[in-house]
Ligand binder design. Structure first.
Ligand SMILES: Cc1ncc(COP(=O)(O)O)c(C=O)c1O
Length: 389
C-alpha cells in the first residue's frame, strides 16, 4: 500500500530503547545531546517577540510566493550586516532550512539524480533525499589536525547523474569551516561538471575563535556557478519553533534569475510561512544580537572545561573544530560507538550520540552538544572521563 520511499527502519535502536526504559524508571540522565536552544536556559526578549507575532497585519492574508517583502528585507539586512549583501529578489522564504533543502532538491534533480553530501554530516539529509527521490552520494571530509574536504575523493564520486555538491559550514557535528581556498576550488569543480552548490549556513554565526570569524563567509562563488545558500531562525536566532528559513540565490546572470523564478513556483505551491512569522521576521532576526553572545559564551565555557578535563590522563580526546554547536570525541575502538553510548548511559547516566549516526567511516567517535547548561555539562563530562577510565 505504501510508497517504497517510506520503508524506513522504524524500530527503536538499542540505545533508544535503553534510554526510554531508563527514563520510564525516572532515572536521572545527563543529556549531552540536548541542542534545543529553547531548553538550555538562554534569555530571550519574550515580550517583544510575542508583541511582534501579534502584529495587526497578521489578520490579512497576503500570499506572496517568495515571502512578504518586509520579511525578505529583514533577511537582506542580516546579510548586509554580515558584509555579504544580497538583493531581496534573490531571497525565497521557507518554513525551515529542512524545507529549503526540499525546494533545492526539487529544483535541481530528476528522480534518481545525485547530490554529493559531506561525510560525516547531518543525518536528516537521508530522509530529505528519500522524500524527494534523490540519491545521496557521500564525499569524505578528511581529518588531519583539522577537517578539510578530500577533493580527490570528491571528484571521483561525480557521475553524469550528479546535480549538486552540498557543503555544511560549519559542519554538524564536525565543526569544519569551509575555507575561502576550498570555496574557490568547489566553485571551479562545480563549473567544470555543470553542478550547483548548496551551502547549509545555519551555523555560520557560530565561529568559536574570533580570529577565524572573517573566514565565515556566505558562499559566493563570484558568479562562476549557481550557489544556493540555506539558513534560518532555528540556529541564527535560536528560535526553531518560529519556523522561518530561507534560500539565497547567487550565480551567473541568467541561471540565477531562472533558479529564482522556479523556486518561486515551488514556494507558491505551498505558501508555508505563516503571516505572524513573516510579520515578526525583523524582530525575530534581531533577537540574534541578544542570543548569539549567550550561546557563544556557553560554548566557550563548555569547551574550556572539556579541554581541561581531557588534558589529563584519559584516552578520550576532542577533534579540532572551528564552530557550530557540537564537539566530536574520540574514544578507544575497543567498543563500537553504539556500545560506548549504551555503556555511558548505563554506567554514567550520560546520553551521547554515537558517531555512526553522522556517517563517521569508522568506530571510535561520539558527538556531544556544547550548548547545554554548564553545570550539567561539567557533571556529564566528568562522568564520561571517570567511566572510560
Ligand atoms: C546542519 C543543519 N542544517 C539544517 C538543520 C535544520 O534546521 P531547521 O530547523 O531550520 O529545519 C539543522 C538542525 O539541526 C542542522 O543541524
Amino acid at each position: 500500500m505504501f510508497a517504497k520511499r517510506t520503508d524506513w527502519q522504524q524500530e527503536p535502536t538499542r540505545l533508544a530503547s535503553r534510554l526510554k526504559q531508563l527514563r520510564r524508571e525516572k532515572a536521572q540522565i545527563f543529556d549531552l545531546t540536548e541542542s534545543n536552544p529553547t531548553r538550555c536556559g538562554f534569555v530571550y526578549d519574550d515580550e517583544t517577540i510575542r508583541e511582534a507575532l501579534a502584529h495587526p497585519s497578521v489578520m490579512d492574508y497576503d500570499p506572496q510566493p517568495r515571502g512578504r517583502i518586509e520579511a525578505r528585507q529583514a533577511v537582506a539586512q542580516y546579510y548586509q550586516e554580515r558584509g555579504t549583501p544580497i538583493p531581496t529578489d534573490r531571497i525565497i522564504l521557507t518554513a525551515s532550512s529542512s524545507e529549503a533543502y526540499t525546494f533545492c532538491f526539487r529544483l535541481l534533480c530528476e528522480p534518481g539524480d545525485e547530490v554529493l553530501v559531506p561525510k560525516p554530516s547531518y543525518p536528516l539529509f537521508d530522509f530529505l533525499a528519500d522524500l524527494t527521490d534523490v540519491n545521496l552520494v557521500g564525499y569524505p571530509l578528511r581529518y588531519d589536525h583539522g577537517w578539510e574536504i578530500d577533493f580527490a575523493a570528491l571528484e571521483k564520486v561525480i557521475t553524469p547523474r550528479a546535480r549538486a555538491i552540498l557543503v555544511v559550514t560549519p559542519n554538524n557535528p564536525t565543526g569544519q569551516l569551509l575555507r575561502p581556498r576550498e570555496r574557490d576550488k568547489l566553485a571551479r569543480l562545480a563549473l567544470k561538471h555543470g553542478l550547483a552548490l548548496i551551502a547549509d549556513e545555519v551555523f555560520l554565526d557560530f565561529i568559536w575563535d574570533d580570529t577565524h570569524r572573517s573566514l565565515a563567509q556566505t558562499l559566493d562563488p563570484r558568479g562562476m556557478c549557481l550557489a544556493l545558500s540555506i539558513s534560518g531562525l532555528s540556529k541564527i536566532s535560536a528560535l526553531p519553533q518560529m519556523k522561518l528559513g530561507w534560500i539565497t540565490i547567487r550565480g551567473p546572470v541568467g541561471p540565477d534569475a531562472a533558479a529564482t523564478a522556479r523556486l518561486e513556483v515551488i514556494a507558491d505551491t505551498y505558501l508555508s510561512v505563516s503571516a505572524s512569522t513573516q510579520a515578526a521576521a525583523r524582530t525575530l532576526l534581531e533577537q540574534r544580537k541578544l542570543v548569539q553572545p549567550q550561546i557563544l559564551d556557553r560554548i566557550r565555557q563548555n569547551l574550556e572545561f572539556l579541554d581541561a578535563k581531557l588534558s589529563g590522563n584519559t584516552p578520550v580526546s576532542r577533534l579540532k573544530a572551528d564552530g557550530g554547536w557540537y564537539a566530536v570525541l574520540r574514544v578507544p575502538v575497543s567498543l563500537s560507538d553504539d556500545d560506548w553510548a549504551i555503556f555511558l548511559l548505563e554506567t554514567a547516566a550520560v546520553y551521547v550520540h554515537p558517531g555512526h549516526l553522522f556517517g563517521f567511516e569508522s568506530e571510535g567517535y561520539l558527538a556531544i552538544s556544547l550548548i547545554g547548561r554548564h553545570d550539567d555539562f561539567r557533571e556529564a563530562v566528568g562522568r564520561i572521563v571517570e567511566a572510560v577510565r
